[in-house]
Design a protein around this ligand. Structure first.
Ligand SMILES: Cc1cc2nc3c(=O)[nH]c(=O)nc-3n(C[C@H](O)[C@H](O)[C@H](O)COP(=O)(O)O)c2cc1C
Length: 734
């Protein structure tokens, strides 16, 4: 909803916003230029100023002072009205009082697009669009950052996103102010707000005398020029006419024969508010603020450009399903939960097969779930992946909550198919949770919950058969996984380990691929990454990627992974064949659940075998020298001590406080959990002081580490589960 409120005003009013912001930014320069070029006379009294001007121009009718301090005078010469900027020191004219024609044109363009009242209304609509964009943008930034307090937290994602959000979080305050004040000023222009003085002056008449010199009038002597707005002179031939003095405090009338104050009126509260708003919007009287707001307005063209690029990239990346029927007309509603996009491919295959069987099918992301719209639906089919600890993939965010809070289960029957990878501890856990909640809420299940491991076409075809049987259809789902978009990565170096202990392992280092600016802008480049993210490697004859934890971050300038050779493993087999100069096809997948973070909390890193990869990446990136302790398990120090030399170097220069190793095939075999127990007092102390524990390696090792940690933490009243709930115990297991 907020996203829609942000997208549409931006797309519809984009050009208008460009004109508004650019003209506004240029206009913000004039007040400061005027202020710097005006001769200031704030130390003078209004009486002295009026006397000097009257000495040079006896016919003077009015003196005005602008918020910049510029003084101008108005008089008639032979019946012709004249106006000039005045030097307050001499009372003489120094320049024409007419505004600069460019400034006048720009002001008209900014206020009304040069089209009078109709133009004013269009520009007001532009200001309203800007206000909606600023408010919705503020909410989106806070949501993205994870709360208001994290407003300036570091950003990730494509260049266009980062530019857009980075500028927005600096400029949004100024844009909110400029657009809200613009709307107020438009309302004033169209008389939609009251704007008169609080006590209306009744007709004031002089006492019938004339000729008192201005220099002698007490009120004018007591009014410093810094408070003056205007002084209107009376007609000397009309003894009832009076002086009118307008200052920051109000309006007064003076007898021209005695200088006596005849009447006074305060400005109304509305007037004061309107004047403040005028000042905030135009910078007149607050030139420096005006300039700051002008600078902020300059961010609008960049945000409009990047906003358009983001919308266009999202529109292009949206999965296209041919013949998708509207939600209200479909008998079958197909909801998809996907992060990397592969589940959409399965959904397209299912959509095609059901449509060919005569069904009307609507496919949509799970996040758009709204049962009230599915008026004709007889069944809802959910295909969903799982990411991390039972977490929802991107296109299914918020689904479970909406499911739980439905007033009643719909009459349509439900089928849930989970997509996942058995190597993760929470195999298909999110899809399973969806099926469990739906059953608990009383949904009728069309077929039992099933799963698809590693995008297996066979698992999918099998589920298709049971679905077809339940629907009374012949459903053959022959899915060909689509190869994800990948980048060629060239191998720079390889280091071999572990052959002697039957654990052949390599550390592979690839060059960073160079992506053109346009691809980086739209997020289609290789992307930014840190250690702990994943590299999806596509073996030559398969469309299904294998994921490896990254042992380096983008800042290191290379891509590094650690690979163990699996007997008959297709991908690891191909990686072991690589020689420097050879290339593979790979892509990046973010893994925020296993990042070291940028805070200073101490880290306890525990890994075995190839699990050292991301942990080594964290240590390498530890430029700030946060306290890190490493526990590393291997088979034999002479054979598979991965990163052995680097670890010693990192320890010497303070990036690593200490490391302990455990060797399972040494003379005294030990596992990494034994090393952890050997340091239990120190581990407990670090945890008590806020350390985070990060474990990477095989599932058995992770279970052993968890058990050891449970024993170590028991005396201080903590458990691994408690730490996990606080995000202080994370695992990356395989
Ligand atoms: C970072 C990451 C975390 C994952 N976490 C899990 C998980 O916890 N459980 C699971 O069964 N599968 C997990 N998977 C595997 C994906 O769910 C599986 O590959 C799925 O087919 C991807 O579908 P998608 O491309 O539509 O997102 C994970 C994959 C990645 C890359």
């Amino acid at each position: 909803m907020i996203r829609l409120a942000h997208r549409w005003p931006g797309l519809v009013a984009g050009l208008l916003l460009l004109v508004l912001s650019l003209s506004g930014a240029l206009l913000s320069i004039f007040p400061i230029v005027e202020r710097l070029s005006s001769v200031q006379a704030d130390a003078l009294s209004t009486a002295e100023l009026a006397e000097r001007i009257q000495a040079v121009h006896p016919e003077v009718e009015q003196i005005r002072r602008r918020p910049s301090g510029r003084i101008s005078a108005y008089w008639s010469e032979n019946g012709v009205p004249r106006a000039a900027v005045i030097d307050p020191a001499t009372g003489r004219e120094i320049a024409s009082a007419d505004p600069n024609p460019f400034e006048r044109w720009l002001t008209r363009l900014h206020r009304s697009l040069l089209f009078g009242d109709a133009g004013r209304m269009v520009m007001a609509a532009g200001a309203a669009a800007m206000l909606v964009l600023a408010v919705s943008g503020t909410a989106l930034i806070a949501r993205r950052a994870g709360g208001w307090r994290r407003w300036f937290s570091p950003l990730r994602g494509p260049l266009a996103t980062r530019l857009h959000v980075e500028l927005a979080r600096i400029a949004v305050g100024g844009l909110l102010l400029s657009s809200a004040t613009a709307l107020w000023m438009t309302a004033l222009t169209f008389d939609l707000l009251p704007d008169g003085p609080s006590s209306r002056l009744t007709e004031v008449e002089g006492g019938g005398r004339t000729g008192m010199p201005v220099a002698g009038m007490d009120v004018l002597k007591r009014t410093p020029v810094s408070q003056l707005r205007s002084l209107s002179f009376p007609d000397p031939a009309d003894a009832t006419d009076v002086f009118t003095l307008k200052t920051d405090r109000g309006t007064s009338h003076l007898d021209q024969g005695t200088g006596v104050l005849l009447a006074w009126s305060d400005p109304s509260a509305w007037q004061r508010v309107s004047e403040t708003i005028d000042m905030l919007h135009t910078g007149r009287g607050a030139a420096a603020l005006g300039l700051v707001l002008g600078f902020m307005a300059l961010s609008v063209p960049v945000m409009a450009g990047t906003g358009f690029v983001l919308w266009f990239a999202g529109w292009r990346a949206r999965p296209r399903i041919r013949g998708n029927v509207a939600a209200g007309r479909a008998e079958t509603v197909l909801l998809v939960g996907s992060e990397g996009g592969s589940t959409w491919g399965f959904a397209a295959t299912l959509h095609t097969a059901l449509s060919a069987a005569g069904q009307t099918v609507h496919a949509a992301p799970m996040s758009s779930f709204e049962p009230a719209r599915y008026r004709q639906a007889r069944r809802i089919l959910i295909l969903s992946a799982t990411y991390g600890d039972s977490a929802a993939p991107a296109s299914a965010r918020g689904f479970l909550d909406r499911l739980k809070f439905l007033p009643a289960a719909p009459s349509a029957a439900l089928a849930v198919l989970g997509f996942g990878d058995r190597s993760f501890p929470g195999y298909c856990a999110f899809a399973q949770a969806v099926a469990d909640v739906a059953e608990a809420e009383g949904w009728h299940m069309l077929v039992p919950f099933r799963t698809v491991n590693r995008q297996s076409p066979q698992d999918f075809a099998c589920w298709g058969q049971s679905l077809g049987a339940a629907m009374g259809l012949e459903l053959e789902l022959a899915h060909q996984p689509v190869r994800p978009a990948a980048f060629p990565l060239t191998l720079v170096s390889r280091r071999d380990y572990g052959a002697e202990v039957q654990a052949p392992t390599i550390i592979l280092r690839f060059a960073l691929p160079k992506s053109p600016f346009w691809l980086r802008l739209t997020g289609r480049g290789f992307g930014r990454f840190v250690a702990g993210d994943l590299l999806g490697v596509l073996p030559d004859s398969s469309a299904v990627p294998r994921f490896y934890s990254l042992a380096s971050g983008e800042r290191d300038g290379f891509i590094e992974i650690v690979v163990r050779k699996h007997p008959a493993g297709l991908c690891s087999g191909q990686l072991f064949e690589l020689r420097p100069g050879d290339a593979i096809n790979a892509f990046l997948r973010r893994n925020p659940g296993f990042h070291a973070g940028r805070d200073a909390a101490p880290l306890i890193l525990v890994g075995a075998g190839t699990g050292i990869g991301p942990l080594a990446g964290f240590i390498r990136a530890n430029a700030r020298r946060r306290p890190i302790r490493l526990f590393f398990g291997m088979r034999h120090p002479d054979s598979d001590f991965l990163y052995g030399e680097e670890l010693e170097g990192w320890r010497r220069n303070g990036q690593l406080q200490r490391f302990d190793t455990a060797c399972s095939r040494a003379r005294q075999p030990r596992y990494v959990q034994d090393a952890l127990r050997g340091e239990s007092a120190e581990v407990a102390r670090m945890v008590r002081e806020g350390a985070r524990v990060m474990v990477c390696g095989g599932r058995d090792m992770a279970a052993g580490v968890s058990a050891a940690l449970a024993d170590i933490l028991a005396p201080i009243g903590l458990t691994p589960a408690l730490l996990r709930a606080e995000g202080r115990y994370v695992e990356d297991v395989f």
